[in-house]
Design a protein around this ligand. Structure first.
Ligand code: 13P
Ligand code: SF4
Length: 301
């Protein structure tokens, strides 16, 4: 039996569900019950009735799944797959902001530690941030930790006073304006589409920005036969599956998230077989952080 067949058999025997982000290796996406962006994965984690959730992604995703569905056993193929941006905000600074602005809402990108989420009024993902920020009654918003997604939201929602934090995604930050200019030269008239975690000047110079699911959807619906893709290159797997007749060019070959790529099929199999790498969230942290996740699921509907 192949490793893929072993995993599929094992997950049936154990009544487990495998959730995978679009950025993990294609071989892992192929054994998953559900592949999605951060928002869709959070909803799936909340609503599954499987006994075990194997989360093929980075640590904040496993933690969020555990907080949204605490009775389940949540396993991660590699507990060292951690998103550096998830740590890029300071609790002391958030506290200071809360003191400074009376009506402040702390809006926390889901790409953050459970500890940071304890300070948040609401979580967002890249696919619901605009909708949620627009719907908040607060004028003053402190957007953590991603300064680039924050800047994107600020541009689209000018009626709010959005205060930016200086966190960033180390993967998307590698894309430069030069890469966009080069792609325009090499692929004239081909849509260039990017994730809003890219720096603002890159987002502004391209044709569409959206979450990973929105980017995939764009390539399905747009009549162009070619696209330049400015997000982690794991998405090409799904784009190619959905549109086998279309051609996709990476905006930069540096768009590889080393943490997402720590998740391998072997590790998926091992953690499920031995039920190792279980995710635990401190009860006190969970009690404070889960509200911001639940509030997101409520407002994003
Ligand atoms: P989305 O899944 O919301 O597009 O976020 C991308 C990302 O960086 C996940 O780590
Ligand atoms: Fe974090 Fe960026 Fe990797 Fe997503 S792509 S997990 S934001 S480093």
């Amino acid at each position: 039996m192949s490793l893929k067949e072993d995993v599929l058999k094992l997950k049936k025997e154990k009544n487990a569900i495998i959730l995978a982000h679009y950025y993990v290796d294609g071989a892992v996406q192929d054994v998953a019950d559900f592949v999605g962006d951060s928002y869709a994965l959070a909803k799936k984690a909340k609503n599954t009735d499987a006994d075990i959730i194997v989360f093929a992604g980075v640590k904040f995703m496993g933690e969020s799944a555990k907080m949204l569905n605490p009775d389940k056993k949540v396993l991660m193929p590699d507990l060292n797959a951690d998103c550096p941006m998830a740590h890029m905000a300071s609790k002391a600074v958030i506290k200071r902001m809360k003191e400074e602005y009376e009506d402040l809402a702390v809006v926390c990108y889901i790409n953050s530690t459970a500890e940071l989420k304890t300070m948040a009024d609401i979580c967002v993902t890249s696919s619901n941030a605009l909708k949620i920020v627009r719907s908040l009654p607060n004028k003053n918003i402190f957007f953590i930790p991603d300064g680039n997604l924050g800047a994107y939201v600020k541009k689209q929602v000018p009626e709010k006073n959005i205060i930016l934090n200086d966190g960033y995604c180390i993967t998307h930050k590698r894309v430069t304006l030069k890469d966009v200019e080069k792609a325009r030269e090499e692929h004239p008239n081909v849509p260039i589409i990017v994730h809003p975690e890219c720096v603002n000047e890159v987002v502004e110079a391209t044709d569409f920005a959206g979450s990973t699911s929105e980017l995939i959807q764009y390539t399905v619906e747009n009549s162009s036969k070619e696209f330049v893709i400015g997000t982690e290159l794991g998405v090409l797997h799904e784009m190619q599956l959905k549109s086998p007749d279309k051609t996709f060019y990476p905006l930069s070959d540096k768009l590889i998230c080393m943490n997402m790529k720590k998740v391998s099929l072997e590790k998926v199999y091992d953690c499920l077989l031995n039920e190792t790498n279980e995710v635990f969230v401190d009860e006190e942290v969970k009690a404070m952080a889960e509200k911001s996740l639940d509030r997101m699921l409520e407002l994003a509907k």
